[in-house]
Design a protein around this ligand. Sequence first.
Ligand code: KIV
Length: 274
Amino acid sequence: MSVEVKIKRVTTRDIRARKGAEPIVVLTAYTAPIARLLDPHCDILLVGDSLGMVVYGMETTLGVTLDMMINHGRAVVRSSTHACVVVDMPFGSYQESPEQAFRNCARVMAETGCAAVKLEGGREMAATIRFLVDRGIPVMAHVGLKPQAVHAAGGFRAQGRVDAEAEAIRADARAIDAAGAFSVVVEGTVEPVARALSAEIAIPTIGIGASAACDGQVLVIDDVLGLFADFTPKFVKRYADLRPIITAAVESYAAEVKTRAFPGPEHCFGLPKT
Ligand code: KIV
């Protein structure tokens, strides 16, 4: 008799219940092989729209489309069994109205099988978040530095240094908490502000460049592995340096091919030698 052990995925309710408890481990994942490797170690796999820069070589996330997010989201869901998979909503797919947001979020959830969506914004998105949550779509919000608003903000810079900005970020966090988001990414925000808002809202804060005062951390996997060299923020700790390893492997491969040291079909397909 075989016993089937059904692996239970981390749910958005589990994440919500981790407020103030064990820190929440989050990494971005965009592809099947990386999702398989990260899944056992992460509470959340975030299919971030950072894929525009990391995977597609774009300068910002603004050119990312809904179809890109759906294709990568599907690959990550298919290749994971443990983590809660959250898919980012790309620029322009949710800001117009709650109805537009619902239509596109519902499509992302139906076509990828993800557990939740993430969208950028605070007070201005609170009504939309409430609309989505009331209709069964769990939402992770994103405050502080918002990469989709990079042009409006005049570039990437730490948030919350002046009082008015600090109070605005805290008000954003309170608004999305009240609107029903299950967690919030706090990006590029100075420590006192991240600490204050983490203490005053009931949902977990997931920091990225926002200090250890948050309830968890998210990093971009290519930064963690030393694969993305175009732009690495100062706060990113590199846990591996894979670029020289890949370069050395490709150099060995190229050198072997140039000496015609490549195998025949018996090696490729396991055919017996005649
Ligand atoms: O797009 C992304 O990867 C993100 C994280 C960096 C939070 O939004």
